[in-house]
Design a binder for this molecule. Structure first.
Ligand code: HEM
Ligand SMILES: *[C@@H]1O[C@H](CO)[C@@H](O)[C@H](O)[C@H]1NC(C)=O
Ligand SMILES: *[C@@H]1O[C@H](CO)[C@@H](O)[C@H](O)[C@H]1NC(C)=O
Ligand SMILES: *[C@@H]1O[C@H](CO)[C@@H](O)[C@H](O)[C@H]1NC(C)=O
Length: 343
């Protein structure tokens, strides 16, 4: 390596470190950001969400997932950034933008999510009525995620606010969410690339304690798992559970049927997700993969014991996640409607 190239590389790495640092500290976010500009902001969100939950409790899952998607979308791997082609986005409300985004979710039929988008619009309208142009859509997603966790009997945690909304609307080409078939290496790298820890990975995966999944997100484990034919199933999945899942998901081509992700308790935010994993009843390969690493495996076992710290940890990790790529101060804008950038 020539010395000039070495220097260039050195500085790239230096700036990269700064960037990662910025990503991980979420500069400018704080608890109660709206306490003077819109003191009722969080109460308004909670009121709307409580109304929605009363009539459509199944929206809890999609609404929690939406904040996760917003934060995880298009944060390219570190090597890409070094090459200069990276584009860091994070919790900036981009997931809500119309046009490409509503169709860009390659991993799921956007049916349920679509209902979720309507809820966000409703919350945003309520906020605009009281405090026009003050509360960002990115913050709405973060507060809503907390409120649906509480509504499903999960932990209350303080949400940091002060995010601003991004103006990048074309995400179609850059949807690099972690896939449900990701192995533990890929999962750890994916979290690391966003400044999150292995602990955050195992704790946030606990979000799968609520909600439903389309068959298509896991049916590869039920049919022709390794290309040996129809009856070839994933050996890491409990055979009795496979039988049950097959009665719901009749073939690889089923893209519409929904299955409870945490059977029997999918409406309640609790630790039962972690109880299922060692029984080989994690629905996705990415769930099962948490048994393949000593740190995540230890956490899985600890999470179901008396005095488990899962509820407390979940709040901490959600705050960490909510800092990914957050825009603050004069960056971005406060959208007037969540589905369009301001003109
Ligand atoms: C670790 C990597 C993750 C992967 C690979 C993953 C993957 C998935 C997939 C494939 C689905 C089913 C989508 C469908 O077919 O409808 C799903 C659902 C869900 N995910 Fe994750 N997820 C991950 C992390 C998270 C995190 C961090 C959270 C939030 C803290 C979360 C919350 C949810 C929720 C609540 C649902 C249910 C959505 C509904 O009821 O419609 N996931 N996830
Ligand atoms: C944008 O999305 C919202 C739902 O969030 C929908 O009501 C509206 O009709 C959409 N607008 C356009 C122009 O597609
Ligand atoms: C959801 O999907 C079903 C079947 O694919 C379809 O009949 C229904 O109209 C969809 N609902 C919405 C709101 O798109
Ligand atoms: C994990 O998945 C990645 C990407 O598909 C693959 O390159 C890697 O070999 C896998 N690692 C293991 C240990 O299976």
């Amino acid at each position: 390596m020539g010395s000039q190239k070495f220097l260039a590389c050195f500085f790239l790495h230096f700036f990269l470190l700064l960037l990662v640092f910025r990503l991980s500290v979420g500069q400018g976010l704080r608890i109660g950001f709206y306490s003077t500009t819109c003191p009722n902001a969080e109460a308004i969100v909670k009121k709307s969400i409580d109304q929605v939950m009363a009539v459509a409790p199944s929206l809890a899952g999609p609404l929690l997932r939406m904040h996760f998607h917003d934060c995880f979308i298009r944060v390219n791997n570190l090597p890409h950034l070094v090459c200069g082609s990276g584009n860091v986005l994070g919790c900036d409300g981009s997931i809500l933008l119309n046009s490409s985004t509503h169709q860009a979710e390659k991993d799921a039929i956007p049916n349920l999510s679509l209902r979720g988008y309507g809820t966000i619009d409703r919350v945003k309208s309520a906020l605009e009525k009281e405090c026009p142009g003050i509360v960002s859509c990115a913050d709405v997603l973060a507060i809503v995620a907390r409120d649906v966790v509480v509504a499903t009997k999960g932990p209350y945690y303080e949400v940091e606010t002060g995010r601003r909304d991004g103006r990048v609307s074309n995400l179609a080409d850059a949807n690099n969410l972690l896939p449900p078939f990701a192995n533990i290496t890929t999962l750890k790298l994916g979290f690391q690339a966003r400044g999150l820890s292995v602990k955050d990975l195992v704790v946030l995966s606990g979000g799968h304690t609520i909600g439903t999944s389309h068959c298509s997100s896991f049916s590869n484990r039920l049919y022709d798992f390794s290309g040996k034919g129809e009856t070839d199933t994933d050996p890491t999945l409990d055979p009795n559970y496979i039988i049950r899942l097959k009665t719901r998901c009749r073939s690889l081509s089923d893209t519409t049927t929904l299955v409870e992700m945490d059977p029997g308790s999918f409406k309640t935010f609790d630790t039962s997700y972690y109880a299922l994993l060692p029984k080989r009843r994690g629905l996705f390969q990415s769930d099962a993969a948490l048994l393949d690493d000593s740190e995540t495996r230890a956490y899985v076992h600890e999470a179901t014991t008396d005095g488990s710290s899962f509820f407390k940890d979940f709040g901490v990790s959600m705050v960490n996640m909510g800092r990914i790529g957050a825009l603050t101060s004069s960056q971005g804008e406060i959208r007037r409607v969540c589905y369009n950038v301001n003109y």
